[in-house]
Design a protein around this ligand. Structure first.
Ligand code: SF4
Length: 456
């Protein structure tokens, strides 16, 4: 039976979408709607889609198509997010049974769209895609964060002005819009009051935070205010830094303020200057070497994460080898790698997609196997050391027949592990969930660490 004034949200794609989904839920709850865990009973079904690359678009379409097929009388199905922002009407042609289409730039109009569908004689499907809408970032009384256990993402800005040739984000989100420092601090204060231990700052490009507000090195300014005003938050993590914009001030802040984790995610995408130029990415690889060296000198135990694209149009075996040599030399703690996805409408479109899929796959496998060996060696260097870990869950060990072995393990993350994208710390024994505790590293796996409790 459909429950009136209930909704269910499926959030696809990145953590920035998760925050938008959370914000839409807050707006619906403030307007008297209740969240229904069970999508089959919810009156309003919302899918916050991802439109970044082909595999993500397929997943969004499949999710919408499945829900449309299962839709019951009295249910409304709304497609929101990046896919609808980018392809709008086309989505309604591909997915029969959609009631509403809302773009990512106007997530804060979700209640209006639902009301129009429920009470107005809205055309079906209802398109809510105001043209040239700037990316909406703040709405009164809505926290732009998403809590996951004792961690929370805070969106500090949205949109991007970088010219990366392969990327559709600027097409989808438009130019960057930063949130005022005071609004971000207020979100962090509320989260700290809820016992959140880790704040993760996200945007398309966190190092460009505040540019549109006229702030110079806005990210450093934000971090100074956050750590000055909220010393009670143990961990502050930075994701999505842009090469060329990691300043000395930012490095000094990470080095001098223990709250700001010695962890930096800086997607580089490639290491051969010619490939980087074709990607319209910063091609000054010397700057990367110098900055990483400077960071490692200033920040002991710095954990570095990056992302690379293999198979970009024109990538020769020699260019790819340069990338492998670079990875071997820098020895990143964490590496994510993607195969080039042809993106119509982006600056790379004229380059086509000439690298055969099997070559892309082979290069992706070579890169990941190299990184796996590096990651294991770095993990092995932690054996015997003590590491603070944020405990996030527990599990019972079973034998190969699924019988419980009466051995408890707890799962957590160290400062070296961002949620959902990096490794875990597997702790022998029962540890207090939601707490940051010191553990002794007893073993190393390619991406995860094993540990024992210091005070069992
Ligand atoms: S920095 Fe480049 S890759 Fe990242 S969102 Fe902006 S345009 Fe896309």
């Amino acid at each position: 039976m459909i429950k009136t004034n209930t909704f269910n949200i499926i959030s696809l794609g990145c953590a920035k979408n998760t925050v938008d989904s959370d914000s839409m839920a807050q707006l619906l709850e403030t307007s008297g709607y209740q969240y229904s865990e069970d999508a089959t009973k919810a009156q309003v079904l919302i899918v916050n889609t991802c439109g970044f690359i082909a595999p993500a678009r397929q997943e969004s379409i499949q999710t919408l198509t499945k829900l449309a097929a299962q839709k019951r009388r009295g249910q409304l199905l709304i497609a929101a997010g990046c896919l609808t922002q980018r392809y709008g009407e086309q989505i309604a042609l591909e997915v029969k049974g959609l009631d509403g289409i809302l773009g990512t730039r106007r997530w804060m109009d979700i209640v209006q769209v639902v009301q129009q569908l429920r009470h107005g004689n809205a055309p079906q499907p209802l398109y809510h895609l105001p043209s040239n809408a700037a990316i909406g970032i703040d709405t009164p009384l809505v926290s732009r964060s998403a809590v996951q256990g004792a961690s929370a993402y805070i969106k500090i800005a949205d949109g991007c002005r970088r010219p990366c040739a392969f990327c559709s984000i600027p097409l989808i989100k438009g130019p960057p819009v930063s949130r005022p420092i005071a609004a971000i601090v207020e979100d962090a204060r509320r989260l700290a009051a809820r016992g959140v231990k880790e704040i993760i700052l996200i945007a398309q490009d966190t190092t460009d935070y505040g540019f549109d507000l006229g702030l110079k090195d806005g990210l450093s300014q934000l971090l100074e205010v956050l750590s000055d005003e909220l010393p009670q938050i143990p961990w502050i993590r930075i994701l999505y830094a842009y090469p060329g914009y990691v300043t000395d001030r930012l490095i000094d802040l990470i080095a001098s303020r223990p709250q700001i984790l010695p962890y930096l995610d800086i997607p580089l995408q490639h290491a051969h200057p010619d490939t980087l130029k074709r990607m319209q990415r910063p091609a000054n690889v010397e700057w990367v070497y110098r900055t990483i060296e400077k960071m490692r000198q200033r920040i002991p135990n710095l954990a570095l994460r990056t992302t690379f694209i293999v198979g970009y149009p024109g990538e020769t075996e020699q260019e790819f080898q340069t990338l492998l040599d670079f990875i071997k030399e820098i020895r990143f703690d964490r590496v994510g790698a993607f195969q080039f996805s042809f993106e119509p409408g982006t600056a790379s479109e004229p380059l086509g997609d000439p690298i055969p899929p099997q070559i892309k796959q082979e290069r992706w496998e070579r890169l990941m196997s190299l990184q796996q060996s590096i990651s294991l060696q770095i993990n092995q260097s932690w054996i015997g050391k003590t590491l603070p870990v944020l405990v996030e869950g527990e599990a019972e060990i079973e034998d190969q027949n699924g019988n419980p072995l009466n051995q408890q393990i707890s799962i957590g993350r160290s400062y070296r592990d961002a949620p959902e994208i990096d490794g875990l710390v597997i702790i022998e024994g029962k540890a207090p969930q939601g707490e940051i505790i010191p553990v002794k590293i007893s073993g190393a796996l390619p991406y995860d660490l094993q540990a024992t409790l210091l005070h069992p």
